[in-house]
Design a protein around this ligand. Structure first.
Ligand SMILES: [Zn+2]
Length: 147
């Protein structure tokens, strides 16, 4: 398969969900392995669909409801300065949303995480944030199931 996200979803299933926080037949919520950004989460439509407007309205709403559930869980557990939501797909044209907790002391703040780094994050701070991941993932599952 030529699509990175189709490959990722296939891999996530093979590895019995190491990076998969929650999933159903339509959507997958995946923990992004990004050392500087513990809690960084992707919400991915399982099928290879290019644009949100390729989906029926009910499916679009479902995507966004799951994004809101992830955002709410990040706010509750991580208490970041800001949540960044992004959907690009220029290189990977497969519907997905990035949900990124941001902090004043993170590597790129106040710029997007795709910009040039502003500073190095402290190892202690990153370790403290990583320690919250089990609670974050549990909160995401709880909020998605409550939808
Ligand atoms: Zn794909």
């Amino acid at each position: 398969m030529a699509c990175d996200l189709c490959n990722l979803l296939a891999e996530v299933k093979l590895n019995s969900g190491a990076a998969l926080i929650w999933g159903d037949d339509r959507l997958s919520v995946v923990a992004v392995d990004e050392a500087e950004y513990p809690g960084y989460t992707r919400v991915v439509w399982n099928a290879h669909v290019k644009e949100m407007t390729d989906l029926p309205a009910a499916d679009r709403s479902r995507v966004m409801d799951v994004v809101w559930a992830v955002e709410a869980a990040q706010r509750e557990i991580l208490a970041p300065e800001k949540i960044n939501l992004a959907s690009f797909g220029n290189m990977t044209p497969h519907v997905h949303w990035h949900v990124i907790p941001r902090y004043r002391d993170d590597a790129h703040f106040p710029n997007p995480t795709w910009a040039v780094a502003q500073r190095a994050s402290s190892a202690e701070v990153l370790a403290a944030r990583r320690a919250l991941l089990p609670a974050l993932h549990a909160a995401i599952v709880e909020k998605v199931k409550a939808l």
